[in-house]
Design a protein around this ligand. Structure first.
Ligand SMILES: [Fe+2]
Ligand SMILES: [Fe+2]
Length: 268
């Protein structure tokens, strides 16, 4: 597959047991590009997870409406309120009169600050789950993230894990699945993107991060749905191992130009 030179919507396809991915690819000059994924579950109460890039709004809505009658959409799960995840939220809400936005208190507050309609928010209190007719979506904090309202989930029926921004990777071109990416390319892209998107990983408690990764492996999700990575169809272990090796094993060699110590040194 060639590298697109503009944001591009890709074909929707299966994402594990009974989820669909609506994938896009955002080129980043000099760095390859980044997957921008939304996900759809077409059950009795359909769920859309995130709403894509505003720049691809017409294409995104057409792709979504090819999958589902938006009059039937019941839930829009917001991973967080970054622009690459809520780009078409208002347009989807306009066309989906039954849909409620699933988020937490901070997510709702940020929606209000952005001028978005909060009257259709379904507020998830701490510890609450989203109950669907045949499964629950259990909110789950991914191992790293870039906005404190971030909510991933584990689907109790399909055992798909939605990881929000976690495990995102810069890639030279779009790929159909994690398994189709050359291992070194995956490692380099994941480590570079995690350093950009979650720079606090460099100063995180490595043991605590390692325990979180191990706990995630024990949950044993069947599929990993990341907002910024092709779908991982063979579970989470490959991804947690890459994060562990990058951020838990060795001291960071790179100097953060914005760290207090570096600034103090520069000031003498
Ligand atoms: Fe984000
Ligand atoms: Fe993101």
């Amino acid at each position: 597959m060639t590298t697109p030179d503009a944001p591009t919507l890709l074909d929707a396809r299966c994402a594990g047991h009974d989820w669909r991915v609506l994938p896009a690819f955002l080129p980043l000059p000099g760095m390859g590009g980044l997957a921008i994924n939304a996900f759809l579950h077409k059950g009795r109460e359909p769920v859309l997870v995130d709403t894509g890039l505003a720049a691809l709004g017409d294409d995104f809505l057409a792709a979504l409406e090819a999958e589902i009658d938006l009059a039937d959409l019941r839930w829009i799960w917001l991973s967080h309120t970054d622009a690459d995840h809520i780009g078409n939220l208002a347009r989807v809400l306009d066309r989906a009169p039954q849909a409620k936005v699933v988020t937490n208190f901070l997510g709702m507050g940020k929606m209000g600050l952005l001028g978005l309609d909060v009257s259709r928010v379904h507020l998830l209190e701490p510890g609450a789950r989203l109950k669907l007719p045949d499964r629950e979506l259990v909110p789950l904090r991914p191992p790293y993230y870039d906005a404190p309202e971030t909510l991933g989930f584990l689907d109790t029926r399909s055992r798909a894990f939605f990881a929000a921004d976690s495990f995102g990777a810069l890639l030279p071109q779009p790929a159909e699945s994690v398994e189709a990416i050359e291992p070194t390319t995956l490692r380099d892209g994941l480590v570079t993107w995690s350093a950009l998107d979650a720079p606090w990983l460099a100063t995180a408690d490595r043991d605590a991060l390692g325990r979180t990764l191990t706990a995630l492996e024990r949950l044993a999700p069947a599929t990993v749905l990341s907002g910024h990575l092709p779908v991982a169809e063979n579970g989470v272990a490959t991804l947690t191992a890459l994060v562990h090796d990058a951020w838990c094993a060795a001291p960071m060699a790179a100097v953060d130009p914005h760290a207090i110590e570096t600034v103090a040194e520069a000031l003498g």
